[in-house]
Ligand binder design. Structure first.
Ligand code: FES
Length: 188
């Protein structure tokens, strides 16, 4: 039996009040189609991801817009956005580097790798370098404890066994990548 149910496309803000594009709404509709019609809130993580991809970060206005579309309280959307660290609630640098410092990683140089990155970039957690290139985040377990130190680049690329030399190589690679693309602000 198909799980697909009719979707109420009339929900949410009027088009003139929306920040998200029609394309983003169609993507959210695809997320909605994965769940029963009376469980729209199940699509909230997908909706937040789509909003962040389009706008760069999840602002309070976007949280409210998603809440309206999914028939949720804005605070409920905010709770999800703040619980998972892949969502950015403020503008982030071109490359967001998230370092796992949970206990298993901390016991295997995860903390040392974080301190090395802080020193190399000249920023602390939740800060962005002056050139807008890197944002440093502290992350939760990424399911790769045996590969510590581990880090994620822009929520998608997992980097394992990150010694100081490998961190240096990663930063250089990302700088070269940014220079080759020429756009100082677009996310990779
Ligand atoms: S504790 Fe770091 S990946 Fe599991």
């Amino acid at each position: 039996m198909s799980l697909q149910m009719p979707i109420d496309l009339a929900g949410g803000l009027q088009p003139a009040q929306r920040q998200l594009s029609e394309s983003a709404y169609r993507q959210i509709d695809k997320e909605l189609a994965k769940y029963p019609a009376d469980q729209k809130q199940s699509a909230v993580m997908g909706a937040l991801r789509i909003a962040q991809t389009e706008k760069g970060y999840v602002s309070p206005a976007l949280e409210a817009e998603i809440a309206a579309y999914l028939d949720m309280a804005p605070m409920a959307v905010h709770e999800v956005a703040t619980f998972y660290n892949m969502y950015d609630l403020a503008p982030a640098g071109r490359y967001k580097i998230t370092v796992c410092t949970n206990l298993p990683c901390a016991l295997r140089s995860g903390g040392q790798a974080a301190e090395y990155l802080k020193a190399k970039l000249g920023v602390g957690f939740n800060q962005t370098t002056d050139d807008g290139m890197f944002t440093l985040k502290e992350g939760e377990c990424m399911g790769a404890c045996g590969d510590s130190p581990v880090m994620l680049v822009n929520n998608h690329r997992m980097c394992s066994f990150m010694s100081n030399d490998r961190i240096d190589a990663l930063l250089e690679e990302l700088r070269v990548d940014a220079a080759s693309k020429g756009d100082a602000h677009g996310r990779a």
